[in-house]
Write a protein that binds this ligand. Structure first.
Ligand code: NAD
Ligand code: TYD
Length: 350
């Protein structure tokens, strides 16, 4: 019997590694292919526990490379794509926007085009594009992003993701190509590269290094435990309606300063430091260029239509995240120093 063959892109990154793990373990009847370029953010250590699973295969490759993607489709006959590969960090997009255009825009369009050609008019296939709430722009003090909110991307990162979303929808409308999209708020949890706010702060608190807060620290993000996002992706992949978009959020708005205070206090306790000690490391620094003020999601549609809602409370999720980073100090050290990168460059036989 033909087993459903699923291509997951970006599965060596933060969210992708959790998606790959959940699908490999929960659906032994699927063949899961993890395609990743292994950039600075992609790390096979993140999926090391899966390497001997019979329904898991890693494919090293660049989504921009048309020949490579075609040859993977020919060899593995994918029935579905869950597309997470991207350049994902806003600060890097400000210094190097072109890399974001190559991977996020051209890479996505390339995947769409190859999948469309390969699948032709086949039934039962699906292209699931994983995107961000940042495509909607920045909110004032009130209001929430809905699926119908007009796109207003304001950073090179969000502009590239918005562009990729547009291509995905254009393929649906123009060619009747079967797609589904989700736009999610900020994730946190294990395996997030320590350039993003939460793991960066945990790392710096641990090493008693300054905690850089951009601007006045009053920018707001809606934080979601990565496992909740993975459950949402699982649900959208299996039950989402073709051509639809689903917003995913944590119902968990926090200013950056409040979040950092929370991390400091939790870590003081875990590290047996006097309460308030880590807060002394907080340093207000120059604001990020074009810094979006507030993101917040209205996740009513996915709740009503697909019965998904976040389960993990922030205190619980943050404490679990801190524990993971404290218990995986070697991982943190090796991703920051680039040691894993070197290792996999020299040892990967793919
Ligand atoms: P990440 O940076 O941790 O991982 C991205 C992965 O993509 C890495 O493994 C990297 O090696 C791979 N990659 C990059 N360029 C590639 C290319 N050209 N070809 C193949 N692989 C390539 O990112 P993440 O935080 O896990 O985000 C995953 C996806 O989810 C992204 O599409 C992002 O836009 C989206 N998203 C992220 C968040 C968040 O809070 N992190 C929120 C909403 C949506
Ligand atoms: P980040 O984790 O980069 O996610 P995004 O910009 O995609 O939302 O940043 C989250 C928030 O934290 C954002 O408002 C920028 C802010 N921030 C800091 O104040 N200091 C930092 O060192 C970083 C990385 C982010």
């Amino acid at each position: 019997m033909h087993k459903r063959s699923i291509l997951i892109t970006g599965g060596a990154g933060f969210i992708g590694s959790h998606v790959v793990r959940q699908l490999v373990n929960k659906y032994p009847q699927y063949l899961i292919y993890n395609l990743d370029k292994l950039t600075y953010a992609g790390n096979l250590e993140n999926v090391k526990d899966l390497e001997n699973k019979p329904n898991y295969t890693f494919l090293k490759g660049d989504i921009v490379n048309e020949d490579a993607i075609k040859s993977f489709f020919d060899t593995h006959q994918f029935d579905a794509v869950i597309h997470l590969a991207a350049e994902s960090h806003v600060d890097r997009s400000i210094t190097n926007p072109l890399e974001f255009i190559y991977t996020n825009v051209i890479g996505t369009a390339n995947l769409l085009q190859v999948a469309k050609t390969y699948w032709a008019d086949r039934e039962g296939v699906l292209f699931y594009h994983v995107s961000t709430d940042e495509v909607y722009g920045s909110l004032g003090t009130t209001g929430l992003f809905k699926e119908t909110t007009a796109y207003d991307p304001r950073s090179p990162y969000s502009a590239s993701k918005a562009s990729s979303d547009h291509f995905v929808r254009a393929f649906f409308h123009t060619y009747n190509f079967p797609v589904v999209i989700s736009n999610c708020s900020n994730n946190y949890g294990p395996y997030q590269f320590p350039e993003k706010l939460i793991p960066l702060m945990i790392n710096n608190i641990f090493h008693s290094k300054p905690l850089p807060i951009y601007g006045d620290g009053l920018n707001i993000r809606d934080w979601l435990w990565v496992g909740d996002h993975v459950d949402a992706i699982d649900v959208v992949f299996h039950k989402g309606k073709v051509g639809e978009t689903y917003n995913i959020g944590g119902n968990n708005e926090m200013t950056n300063i409040k979040l950092v205070h929370m991390l400091c206090d939790l870590m003081d306790k875990k590290l047996n430091r006097p309460l308030g000690k880590s807060r002394e490391l907080i340093t207000f620094v120059k604001d990020r260029k074009g810094h979006d003020r507030r993101y917040a999601i209205d996740a009513t549609k996915i709740k009503n239509e697909l019965n998904w809602e976040p389960k993990v409370f922030p205190q619980e999720g943050m404490a679990a995240t801190i524990d993971w980073y404290l218990n995986n100090a070697a991982w943190l050290e090796n991703v920051t120093s680039g040691a894993y990168q070197e290792y996999y460059k020299n040892h990967y036989q793919g």
